[in-house]
Design a protein around this ligand. Structure first.
Ligand code: IPM
Ligand code: MN
Length: 366
């Protein structure tokens, strides 16, 4: 029997509640599909920080390397100054474990309300590959003459060719695995006739950020040659925001830098029904990966049983695929899809069910 060791970081606020439902459905899937999950909890987060002043040590990061995956609820605390936990835990994990892809599928499920008028599930179904270890997030910069009238603040957007290359290659390779033999439905007849099976859009800003996105564009064009059956497309980040709202159907995969990816995936999450349904994975294809919903800790709703666990459960679907349990992943996704159809809304407190009831219903359908 396959056994997977999962490090569980429940985190703060509603984190423990959504993770409880996630583990509920994961364990049901394990029983049904004949594998075992062993979990170990780590109490990293705002609560621990307030008690002990510990954020996350190098030793603790090293402990996580021994696991097959990390499952995280949410990190953030209203009594902790912004930045400490984000940089000290979430970003530290992304950097130290070299989780270089932030995978954010954008999929509108049936019966989920989107603010995009006239759009349905067939219009919104793509994946954003967000670079996750470089760019503006590196945190390099300086103040010059701080506090004076002549003050200058510098924040550097730094990318190595290596970082750009591995991210773009991952995006092409994922689309190849996904669509070779099962072409993306958005292709035109002509594109299909020309032998294409997928499309990857580079989201940049080559007209203004003439160093960093020049590098991205050159590397993208080079790697695209290795994938002649994937349409290599380009779009400026501002224009992407227009199309994500007006014509999301044009996207199959979008690959982009860390900061642009952060911004466009919040917009994308809104189009797919909000934070209650948006999953994500921080991937290191050669090491341990971390799975977390896009949403935060929603402290004002904690402990009330009103939060939507669907994002965390769809995150579990991604984790099962990553662990190599595609059948269990498919079944969990189908169970979630059917349960979503019964829910009144994806919004906090308006689901028609409690947090635990949503988990129970999904578990019962696996
Ligand atoms: C996200 C979050 C983080 C980010 C924050 C909390 C540091 O917004 O995962 O998208 O900016 O990456
Ligand atoms: Mn974000």
């Amino acid at each position: 029997m396959n056994e997977y060791k999962i490090a569980v970081i429940e985190g703060d606020g509603i984190g423990p509640e959504v993770v409880r439902e996630g583990l509920k459905v994961l364990n049901t899937a394990a029983d049904k599909f004949g594998f075992r999950l062993t979990t170990e909890k780590f109490n990293f987060g705002g609560e621990r920080y307030l008690k002990t002043k510990e954020v996350l040590s190098d030793d603790e990061v090293d402990q996580l390397r021994a696991f097959d995956a990390i499952y995280l609820g949410g990190i953030g605390h209203p009594e902790v100054k912004p930045g400490i936990l984000e940089r000290g835990i979430l970003l530290k994990l992304r950097f130290d474990l070299d989780l270089y892809i932030n995978l954010r599928p954008v999929k509108l499920y049936e019966n989920v309300t989107t603010p995009l008028a006239g759009k349905g599930p067939t219009d919104i179904d793509y994946i954003v590959f967000r670079e996750n270890t470089g760019g503006l997030y590196v945190g390099e910069g300086e103040f010059i003459d701080k506090g004076t009238d002549d003050e200058i603040a510098v924040q550097k957007m730094i990318y190595t060719r290596h970082q750009v290359e591995r991210c773009i290659r991952y995006a092409f390779e994922s689309l190849k695995n996904r669509h070779e033999g099962a072409p993306w439905k958005g292709l035109s007849a002509e594109e299909k006739a020309n032998g294409y099976y997928a499309k990857l859009t580079l989201c940049g800003k080559t007209n203004v950020l003439t160093y960093v996105f020049d590098l991205w564009q050159r590397v993208f064009d080079e790697i695209a040659k290795e994938y002649p059956a994937i349409i290599a497309d380009y779009c400026h980040v501002d224009a992407i925001c227009i199309y994500m709202v007006e014509d999301p159907k044009r996207f199959n995969g979008i690959v982009t830098s860390n900061m642009f990816g952060d911004i466009i995936t919040d917009l994308a999450a809104v189009t797919q029904g909000g934070m209650g349904v948006a999953p994500s994975g921080n991937i290191n294809p050669q090491g341990v990966s971390m799975f977390e919903p896009v949403h935060g800790t929603a402290p004002s709703f904690a402990g009330k049983g009103v939060i939507n666990p669907v994002a965390t459960i769809l995150t579990a679907v991604m984790m099962l695929n990553h662990l190599g349990e595609p059948e269990a992943a498919l079944s969990l996704e189908a169970a979630t899809r059917k349960t979503i159809k019964e829910m009144k809304s994806m919004l906090v407190g308006q689901m028609g069910f409690t947090t635990a009831e949503v988990g129970d219903r999904i578990a019962a359908r696996i």
